[in-house]
Design a protein around this ligand. Structure first.
Ligand SMILES: *Cc1c(COP(=O)(O)O)cnc(C)c1O
Length: 394
């Protein structure tokens, strides 16, 4: 649980000192426990259920240190860890699903979240209904049913970056006693106070900025007291747990997260501003960029931005697009993001089933860029050369 003294300090200080009272012998960092069995001194103690650690599935000092740090940073009552962001999402969806029940999910949700909802949840008799991420509170109220158990948000949305009016939407759910969970991986649990904005559960794909170095997978579920029983029960029933090594890497990444995020943001703003002026670019979807869609809402609710955004190109022949992406020197082509390196991927919002409640209005290719910690002028030069190749191949 969060250390009391640190709570009164400023956030940047707390990021450095959160949950560091585990240190034996004065070492700055926690020990990494490789564990399964935890021995009890005798049968009576074993059967008492009163030991702090009973089995590594239910936590070790290393995993508890990460949970405590996440609780403190997100102002949460509790935190549970999962082996990936997707596993954390699945745990939350299952925690609030009932056979015959109904859940509401944003249409720009992370693809595998949609797959879980339309796959396993449907097989279990749960109806998932997708809604426009920019839905108003009044329209959302109209979608609520007596059997609605969960409102699922993701803001900004994956690939298309719609910012949701989280305080207004959570108020609708609260009024009806419906639980509200958010995937707020993009602001990294740092630039947006989702629990403060009325969410009961905040999910981080900690694989991204908390780990920060593309060398481990991690999911975190932070929750309020109201959601504790549902989350803790589902998490225990599913047997979700993570290794000490991965918990350690996440804790280590966490300490430098703010300085990395600051640079990601600065670089991303520079690259996004440059892209906005390019004739090949139809639109830049980066809420932090003045004039971008939902910039005003982002400004109202967020204190900063991470380094992930997308651009819609004007329609180009397929081979010209590949000439652009495949010749890039500094942008890798690969899944995930949040590491120190720049990445690029295409997302097709017109693919069958990609969106079902809304229609994506643009026809040109949508490219998602993660802006890493390289010198932004080198990134711009790399993209500039890419546009040159694209033109030649058009
Ligand atoms: C990457 C991502 C996830 C999943 O995280 P993994 O650790 O890769 O499973 C979930 N939500 C969002 C928004 C993501 O970007």
């Amino acid at each position: 649980m969060p250390s009391k003294g640190a709570r009164s300090k400023r956030r940047t200080t707390r990021l450095i000192h959160a949950a560091r009272q585990y240190t034996d012998y004065g070492f700055v960092n926690p020990a990494v426990y490789h564990a399964s069995t935890v021995l009890a001194p005798d049968l009576a103690t074993y059967e008492s259920g009163k030991r702090p650690y009973t089995y590594a599935v239910y936590g070790t000092p290393t995993t508890r240190a990460l949970e405590a740090a996440m609780c403190e940073l997100q102002g949460a009552h509790g935190c549970r860890l999962a082996p990936s962001g997707l596993a954390a999402i699945s745990c939350v969806l299952l925690a609030f699903s009932r056979s015959g029940g109904h859940i509401l999910i944003s249409d720009s949700v992370y693809g595998p979240t949609r797959r879980m909802a339309t796959g396993m949840l449907a097989r279990l008799g749960v109806e998932a209904e997708f809604y426009d991420p920019r839905i108003t509170a009044a329209d959302l109220a109209g979608l609520m049913r007596p059997q609605t158990t969960l409102l699922f948000l993701e803001s900004p949305g994956s690939n298309t970056f719609e910012v949701q009016d989280v305080p207004a939407l959570t108020a609708v759910a609260k009024e009806r006693g419906v639980a509200c969970a958010i995937d707020d991986t993009w602001p990294a649990g740092w630039f947006f106070d989702s629990l403060g904005a009325g969410c009961d559960v905040s999910i981080q794909a900690a694989t991204k900025y908390q780990v920060g170095h593309s060398d481990a997978l991690m999911g975190t579920v932070c929750y309020t007291r109201d959601a504790a029983s549902a989350i803790e029960t589902a998490h225990t029933e599913l047997g979700l747990c993570v290794s000490g090594d991965d918990a350690y890497l996440t804790l280590r990444g966490l300490r430098t997260m703010e300085v990395r995020l600051e640079r990601h943001q600065k670089n991303a703003l520079k690259v996004a501003s440059w892209l906005k002026e390019r004739p090949e670019v139809e639109e830049v979807f980066y809420p932090a960029l003045p004039g971008a869609p939902d910039h005003e809402l982002w400004k109202r609710d967020f204190t900063g931005a991470s380094g992930l955004f997308s651009i819609a190109l004007k329609p180009v022949p397929e081979k010209a697009l590949h000439a652009f992406t495949d010749g890039l020197e500094l942008f890798g082509i690969g899944a995930s993001w949040g590491g120190y390196e720049s990445l690029i991927l295409r997302f097709d919002p017109h693919r069958a089933g990609a969106r079902t409640a809304t229609r994506w209005p643009l026809d040109g290719p949508l490219l998602r860029l993660h802006i890493g910690l390289e010198d932004p002028d080198d990134l711009i030069a790399d993209l500039d050369a890419g546009f040159g190749r694209m033109k030649e191949a058009s």
